[in-house]
Design a protein around this ligand. Structure first.
Ligand SMILES: *Cc1c(COP(=O)(O)O)cnc(C)c1O
Length: 231
């Protein structure tokens, strides 16, 4: 049986190979382990194998795991990566370290207001809908810079960058082109003086194309934990 440690090693090798192919240093890409649907024991195994950043999509499930792994809290960074409704912001502000899926000002304002004073500012990425898919989450690219400027002013959140989930495309080059739209927006934000340093893109199936386009954080679930069952 392939253990989580073995699969993690394969993912690390993929990241290193992808970085080498485009002349990047492997340390410039962080690995976020997407643990949604997997039980506490799998996360403990992943932690023992060296993973320190976990991504959860569903607020309730994520908070339950943060509480179950409270003994490891100081050594884990918890990332909320799923779509956020405004009535779910409080538990996110109170428990998570990062949110990748902020796509409107109201959500960011609530997160900032609800972030407890004793905690570090919540680290935030704006989710950008780079395909323009009508029923997908994410701010439209044309509105991303304005939103970034507003979010950067909020006191209890810290703007870190962009998250994108492009539709699967036919082939490496087409996939890279979609990721490059997010990279272009990221570059635009930096040029505008915003202190962004994180480009969260790439998953199990497309992390090589994302790295070739400049990703600094890949979010990997299946390739580390195996297939998900939503039963
Ligand atoms: C589930 C999920 C992932 C991980 O996807 P895999 O294909 O299992 O690697 C990454 N990002 C988001 C936002 C997800 O919902």
């Amino acid at each position: 049986m392939t253990t989580i440690g073995d699969k993690l090693q394969q993912v690390r090798t993929r990241i290193e190979t992808a970085c080498a192919a485009c002349g990047r240093d492997a340390s410039s890409v962080r690995l976020l382990a997407v643990s949604k649907t997997f039980p506490e024991a799998a996360l403990r195994e992943a932690h023992a194998a060296g993973l320190r950043s976990f991504g959860e999509n569903y607020v309730q499930e994520g908070v339950a795991k943060i509480q179950a792994l409270a003994d490891l809290r100081a050594s884990i960074e918890w990332h909320c990566i799923g779509p956020l409704q405004s009535n779910k912001t409080r538990p996110v502000a109170e428990h998570f370290d990062w949110v990748h899926s902020v796509d409107r000002l109201k959500i960011a304002q609530r997160l900032s207001e609800q972030r407890p004073a004793g905690m570090a500012p919540l680290q935030v990425c704006l989710q950008v809908n780079v395909d323009g898919g009508a029923n997908k989450s994410g701010v439209p690219p044309a509105e991303a810079l304005a939103l970034a400027r507003q979010v950067a002013q909020l006191p209890r959140v810290q703007l870190r960058g962009i998250m994108a989930i492009p539709e699967p495309a036919e082939g490496f080059e087409a996939q890279r082109e979609l990721f490059l739209r997010a990279t272009a927006l990221f570059d635009e934000m930096r040029a505008a003086g915003l202190p962004v340093d994180v480009l969260s893109m790439g998953m199990s199936g497309d992390l090589e194309a994302a790295i070739a386009a400049g990703s600094t954080m890949v979010r990997v679930g299946t390739a580390i934990f195996g297939g998900r069952s939503y039963a």
